[in-house]
Design a binder for this molecule. Structure first.
Ligand code: NAP
Length: 307
């Protein structure tokens, strides 16, 4: 065992059944490192403000080595950071907090984790890159950021058009896109004639459909974010960020429509691995972490939360 004992944790609400403690603990154990990963329930601001500030002060003082951030704090922690990495700044969301030379740094490992898991699941060569991103919250920002950097063209589809437009404008302001690249649509309009015509026009193109909403996650396992009657692309991949259950209704619908479908467990493990590497400086044992997540996921069956 090394002399250093690491202290990590997750802030969010609700987070009681998160897989993160077991994923990080498995990595610490596999490398013979001492440490612990705790869950810190912090309600949304303003209610959770004092608790959030107290935890961040512990990062500042070195009492906590690293924090993961999940719903509802990925955007609310931004103003507390001394520095943001390029990914956190440009995506406008933080999922990993660390200390560097006494300063508190906000990073986002979701974007790289999504991209690396996506790459594992894409066909070898692609001519046209269209992505339909469902949802416009913190995870959507990381996904859109990752895709824009790879020159994908994107439609952001949210139940509130305002939220989708706000996300698109964020990327325009960050000079990562222009109006033509990030289009916006109301979720209910996925059933519209315009979308049917668009799908017909792109029937030979590869289209990625990403669910970044929590719809389909426990306890709402019978629901799908894809509106009834909305046309699926002819060719493509459905990627669900939800990882509990391992197979969602959204994934099943996509498979029935002839698409390949992937769940969010690979991304979850990769974002944890990248955070672990930032905090410890050690290469993360990804296989061990994935096995631990699968074991814990099956163990908890129907009661795992976010993060
Ligand atoms: P968030 O910031 O709260 O955003 C959620 C988005 O989903 C919002 O746009 C929200 O719209 C929308 N939404 C919520 N309920 C909806 C519904 N019933 N119908 C349509 N849209 C709905 O949350 P987040 O941090 O982005 O996380 C979203 C999901 O991604 C969670 O399930 C989380 O576990 C998962 N995630 C997975 C990974 C991974 O590694 N696999 C990483 C990050 C996140 P409103 O604002 O209108 O409610």
């Amino acid at each position: 065992m090394s002399e250093k004992s690491f202290t990590f944790g997750l802030i969010g609400y609700p987070v009681t059944h998160s897989l993160s403690p077991c994923i990080h603990t498995s990595a610490l154990n596999a490398l013979g490192l001492d440490g612990q990963y705790s869950i810190y329930e912090v309600p949304a601001l303003p209610e959770g403000g004092e608790r959030l500030e107290a935890l961040l002060a512990k990062v500042q003082s070195g009492e906590i080595d690293g924090l993961n951030v999940t719903i509802p704090h990925k955007q609310s922690v931004l103003p507390y950071m001394d520095f943001l990495t390029d990914t956190a700044r440009d995506s406008g969301a933080v999922n990993t907090i660390m200390r560097r030379e006494g300063a508190m740094v906000g990073d986002n490992t979701d974007a790289d984790a999504f991209l690396s898991d996506l790459m594992r699941n894409l066909p070898q060569s692609l001519d046209t890159y269209w992505a339909i991103v469902l949802g416009a919250g913190g995870a959507a920002r990381a996904v859109v950021y990752a895709l824009l950097r790879q020159d994908w063209r994107i439609k952001v589809v949210a139940r509130s058009l305002d939220q989708a437009v706000q996300l698109a404008e964020h990327f325009q302001d960050a000079r990562l896109s222009d109006v033509r690249v990030v289009e916006t649509l109301r979720l209910s309009d996925l059933r519209s004639g315009n979308v049917k015509r668009w799908m017909a026009l792109h029937e030979n193109d590869f289209i990625l459909v990403v669910n970044t909403t929590p719809v389909g996650m426990v306890p709402l396992v019978e629901s799908s974010p894809w509106p009834d009657g909305a046309p699926w692309p002819e060719h493509g991949l459905a990627y669900d960020l939800v990882y509990n259950p391992l197979e969602t209704v959204f994934m099943r619908q996509a498979r029935v429509a002839g698409l390949k479908a992937v769940g969010g467990l690979g991304m979850l493990v990769e974002q944890a691995a990248l955070a672990f590497e930032r905090w410890t400086g050690f290469h993360a044992p990804r296989k061990v972490m994935l096995q631990a997540a699968v074991r814990e996921g099956i163990h908890h069956d129907s009661q795992i939360g976010t993060g």
